[in-house]
Write a protein that binds this ligand. Structure first.
Ligand SMILES: *Cc1c(COP(=O)(O)O)cnc(C)c1O
Length: 422
């Protein structure tokens, strides 16, 4: 089909979309609302709403303490095994626990202690700030014996691959990056950089928060050592749902969780007074799992696994290409820039559009146009495409409303305001 910028064309694309029916699996409370923030908080799956009642009323309300032997205790591994299918790992290499930030802390400390002769961590300035804060805190905690090298992106869009490669040497303990960059959506070549790190004896730790459920991942094929990621974005696990971590099997006994708690203990119910780490991924658990929010991750995973990651990715690329074509036709003439890679192979599932009035346009979209994107400084209006429920018509409507805001100057009343969470 030849690209056209009219609404009928969007409807034609929806009519030929083999994943269009998956949208019915999600709660869509306001059909007029265009939701383009599934990369920050995925929509609520209908099955999750039903499961919530079961977990609270039956499992907690009726089964009470017996619930621990009826699925709660093993949920971190059971749900981890499902995530493993999405990231090219074995079922016993992934576990769900804590938050992404805390999992990063545990893994980075473990690596630095396992490689005491190496003192440098490599990362980039496109990484999620929390990841950089965690690295800074670790260096402090370990007595300022290590350094972080933050490679600089040449254009705030693409990853500084050349600089990262140059900085890998015998002193590098760890290369840690967001696989898909949260602002621009740039996607690193995981296999290429992992091989480069390994050539110097360094390990790699990938933050998959903006990748999992958005781009196909094959950690084994890429040779990746460790990974972490969120479940509340493209996995639709719900606000604050626990995160996951992956450790390549042959590293699992070499790395020691620095937050040693009873859930990582060999036989926690022996109540032995001396800590002995249990083998495998479970020793990266610390305290009691957040059972309710943990269990609520599973229905979203089932929807995604049924849809199939390859089909999800194919639709994501079609949709982001379509959005970029609309940008070229309708928004670029109004001063919008593309702050994401043009090449779909280097792009995740969100597209950032810049505009000098970006923040105010974003506020007008949210408050006056019933479009929910998000905004990342300095000028990025971030449009998250979640192929499980985003339609081509959603994308078309969002672009039309953005255009209207600029053409009619509807953003002007926001010029003096600044929101707290965007
Ligand atoms: C969303 C996100 C996080 C979130 O970390 P939390 O500990 O859940 O707050 C971390 N890293 C990246 C790359 C993210 O996109």
């Amino acid at each position: 089909m030849l690209f056209r910028a009219d609404a009928d064309y969007a409807r034609e694309l929806d009519a030929s979309d083999e994943l269009a029916h998956v949208r019915n699996e999600f709660v869509i409370a306001d059909p007029d609302q265009i939701y383009l923030d599934g990369n920050s908080l995925g929509r609520l799956p209908k099955a999750t709403a039903a499961l919530t009642a079961d977990i609270v009323n039956q499992q907690w309300g009726e089964r009470l303490i017996r619930g621990w032997n009826e699925g709660w205790f093993t949920a971190p591994e059971r749900i981890g095994a499902k995530i493993a299918q999405l990231i090219g790992a074995d079922p016993d290499e992934v576990i769900v626990a804590d938050s992404t930030s805390i999992n990063l802390f545990k893994l980075v400390v473990a690596v630095l202690r396992a490689f005491p002769q190496r003192s440098r961590i490599l990362t980039d300035d496109l990484n999620f700030p929390s990841d950089l804060y965690i690295l800074q805190g670790i260096i402090d905690l370990l007595g300022a014996q290590h350094q972080v090298h933050v490679a600089r992106s040449p254009d705030s869009v693409h990853g500084p691959v050349v600089e990262l490669r140059e900085r890998l040497d015998a002193d590098a303990a760890l290369l840690t990056l967001s696989h898909t960059v949260f602002k621009s959506g740039y996607v690193y070549d995981m296999a290429e950089l992992t091989a480069a790190a390994h050539a110097h004896g360094a390990l790699t730790l990938w933050d998959l928060s903006h990748s999992v459920g958005a781009v196909p991942l094959d950690l084994h094929a890429a040779g990746a050592d460790m990974a972490i990621g969120c479940t509340y974005k493209y996995l639709n696990g719900g606000p604050g749902s626990p995160a996951f971590l992956f450790i390549r099997r042959d590293l699992q006994e070499r790395l020691h969780n620095p937050i040693t708690g009873w859930m990582g203990q060999q036989n926690p119910f022996d109540f032995d007074l001396r800590y002995r780490a249990t083998p495998g991924m479970r020793h990266f658990l610390t305290g009691t799992p957040q059972v309710v929010s943990l269990a609520l991750i599973e229905p979203g995973l089932d929807v995604l696994l049924a849809a199939g990651m390859d089909r999800v990715r194919a639709k994501s690329v079609r949709q982001s290409e379509y959005l970029i074509q609309l940008w070229e036709a309708l928004l670029a003439p109004l001063g919008f820039s593309l702050n994401s890679p043009r090449d779909p192979r280097q792009r995740g599932s969100h597209v950032s559009l810049g505009h000098p009035q970006g923040l105010y346009i974003d506020l007008a979209l949210i408050n006056d146009m019933n479009v929910l994107p998000d905004f990342r400084m300095p000028d990025n209006i971030r449009l998250g495409i979640a192929p499980l429920y985003t339609s081509f018509s959603d994308i078309h409507t969002a672009v039309t409303r953005m255009r209207q805001i600029v053409v009619e100057g509807l953003f002007e009343k926001y010029v003096d305001q600044a929101p707290v969470v965007t």
